[in-house]
Design a protein around this ligand. Structure first.
Ligand SMILES: [Zn+2]
Length: 115
């Protein structure tokens, strides 16, 4: 599930819309394929991701992390764009990334290399 989020995020476009010291805001947009097994048409989306590198804070307007506990592809794209190669610890929940060994948080780096 996490891998899908990351792979989806690779094709997204983004631009920085605000940058005040470590407080940054990005617009992320692109075309997302329909849900698996539902035969839905691809749809366009646009989300706003707020990211504060110093405070280790990231939030997306899609609210996926808050609702289902998975860091969404929009956030991953922004983290990748900002060269943050370690997913912030509080966003790594063991139940959704079993393949990660305890204490190993270089998730994005790992997936970039596997692409
Ligand atoms: Zn999102």
């Amino acid at each position: 599930m996490f891998a899908k989020e990351f792979v989806d995020g690779v094709g997204y476009k983004y631009k920085k819309v605000k940058s005040v010291s470590c407080d940054r805001r990005f617009e992320v947009w692109g075309v997302r394929s329909g849900s698996e097994g539902h035969g839905e048409e691809p749809y366009e989306f646009k989300q706003v991701v707020s990211f504060n590198n110093e405070q280790g804070y990231i939030e997306c307007s899609c609210m996926k992390f808050i609702e289902v506990g998975i860091l969404c592809s929009h956030c991953l794209q922004v983290l990748h764009a900002c060269c943050v190669d370690k997913v912030l610890h509080q966003y790594v929940l063991k139940w959704w990334c079993k393949e990660i060994k305890e204490g190993e948080f270089n998730v994005i780096e790992k997936y970039v290399k596997s692409l």
